[in-house]
Design a protein around this ligand. Sequence first.
Ligand code: GRG
Length: 293
Amino acid sequence: MIDFNLRYNQYLATFESYAVSYVAKMQTKPEILGESMRYSLLNGGKRVRPVLALACADVLGVPDSEVLPFALALEMIHTYSLIHDDLPAMDNDDFRRGKPSCHKQFGEAYAILAGDALLNEAYAICLAQCGKGEKYIQAASFLNECAGVYGMIAGQSADILFTASSEEVTEEDLEYIYTHKTGKLLLAPVAIASILGDNQSYLPLESFGKLLGRLFQMTDDILDVVGTTAQLGKTVGKDEKENKLTCVKLYGLEGAQVRADMCAKDCLAVLEGVDGDTEFLKALVNYVLKRSN
Ligand code: GRG
């Protein structure tokens, strides 16, 4: 039996040292640009997406060195989205990962620029991989699709549109937000690992990534109700206050919890179709289901 925490921390340490050494080499003028990027990127997130990328790569026998650049690009995109989401014009949160959010630390203008710069740097990292061959181009394109107009940004736009909407909201609307806002960036690490592994187990891994993204957002919605600011490092209870479309709003707390349990079971079931040792991924499903931050 694997020691889940030990393995998670090993993947995390591998990613962290790669990310730290990459950003240490960045020389920006003015310095505050690099400082604000590093502040948010190296600010102690859970690193679920890079851990997923490394874990899926392990299952498929893809070396860390192949997947790490994409994992870093992905985490940079995730970080930019959090910086922009925290801005007053969006979700307006003063705290992120237990610390002042980027705009509270550096001001709104620098926070916008730190987000923009992280997004650009993410694609610079991907472009540098593309010369290695077709599958690297495919991996970079996949990430771009997940993050962009037909991915996370579409999901965030829908989330804003449905917040405090006087229109009747449906299960389909919620599904759209889940799939795009959160789901795409959790699908990306899983699918990219498979692409880099010459599409091994692509279909079951794709289903796994989609279901895990759904589960992740369900537990996020639930934690906004049952979690504490100290645990989560951000303000809680905002979804209800702002009348956001969440699974708790649609199904009630108990209904949301039952659906999260069902979704976790579906994640485990699709992993049966993956060739290789998926014990860590199964334990990761349980971690996402039971997470407290
Ligand atoms: C601004 C284009 C744009 C998009 C913003 C990320 C996002 C989209 C909104 C933030 C709010 C939210 C609930 C997003 C869903 C994804 C999510 C659960 C993000 C938090 O991810 P974690 O828990 O954060 O992995 P850490 O801090 O651990 O990295």
